[in-house]
Each structure stands twice: as C-alpha cells, then as structure tokens.
Design a protein around this ligand. Structure first.
Ligand code: MN
Length: 168
C-alpha cells in the first residue's frame, strides 16, 4: 500500500509569531488545517473543543508551559490518544528523554527546518487506508484497492480501477 497521509487538523501552540507563521505556512501548503493558539491555556481549550488530529506544542509558553499542556492532555481520557509533538530549542543531552517522560509523543528541535518539518510531523498522523484507524474510514486521497475491498465494495473498487476518480 502506498504510504499516503491524510489531510489533518493540527493544533499549533506557539507564542513566537515568526515560528507560528512558518509552521502555519508549511502545514497549510501540504493541505493540513491549522488551529493556532498563542498560549498554553488557550491551546488546551481548543484541544478540548476541537479534538485535533495532532498537536504541535512549544515548550516555553505563557499561561501554562508545554509541560503543563501535555500533562493536562494526557490526563484526559478523551484527549490522551492525540499525538503531541514538542517544538523546542532545548538541545541538551537528556532533554529528549525528559520530554518523552513528560508525555510528549515526539520532539522537533528549533530552528524549524522547512525541508524536514512536514515529514517529521506527518509521521505522527494517521495513515490513509489504515484499517486500524476507524476515525478515517474513507478520507484517503489516493490508495490502492485491496483484495478485501474488491470483495466488500466491488462497485467502488471497480470505479477506482477504471480510473474514475470523480469522488476524490
Ligand atoms: Mn515560546
């Protein structure tokens, strides 16, 4: 199966406007929807209301820092499955472990590298056509038709195999 990621709704909690602008530009250029927040409490409120697909979170933030944000997210059964990726300039040995112990699912270091940022973020997003991921049954942009699908959805499978992509 092709390794295709889905368009996702991504909450970005970042108080530095230049970093926010860069991440917003990159995420939107790759088809993702941005939910921006400029401080920790505001980010948490958006997470609870919107249930984003992933959360990118600065560590040093006003009104609840990144450690406080991730602690609150991982305490909440409704939110703890959402991947939370720290974005931070921390570079000392051991900081990665400290971030993972705090509950972050991953880590990206500043300054943000536009060449690699999207690839790093998309590792945490649901895969197109992942049968384990019931949240996204048919949102996939482009995928091969599996043998099982041919059996269970023959008309849809045939239409795709005939090159009719009108339902994209
Ligand atoms: Mn900051």
């Amino acid at each position: 199966m092709e390794d295709v990621r889905l368009a996702a709704r991504i909450l970005v909690i970042e108080d530095n406007q230049a970093n926010m602008d860069l991440m917003a530009y990159l995420l939107q250029a790759f088809g993702h929807a941005l939910l921006p927040a400029g401080n920790g409490e505001g980010g948490l409120a958006i997470a609870r209301r919107e249930r984003p697909d992933a959360i990118i979170c600065d560590v040093h933030l006003p009104r609840l820092d990144g450690f406080g944000v991730v602690a609150a997210l991982k305490r909440d059964p409704a939110l703890r499955a959402i991947p939370v990726i720290a974005v931070t300039a921390l570079a000392m040995v051991g900081d990665r472990e400290r971030l993972l112990e705090a509950g972050f699912d991953g880590y990206i270091s500043k300054p943000i590298d536009p060449e690699t940022f999207i690839g790093e973020i998309e590792r945490y997003l649901p895969h197109a056509g992942d049968p384990e991921d019931a949240r996204f049954p048919t949102h996939s942009v482009e995928r091969h038709v599996t043998a099982d699908e041919m059996k269970t959805h023959p008309s849809r499978a045939n239409r795709r195999n005939n090159g009719d992509h009108s339902d994209r």
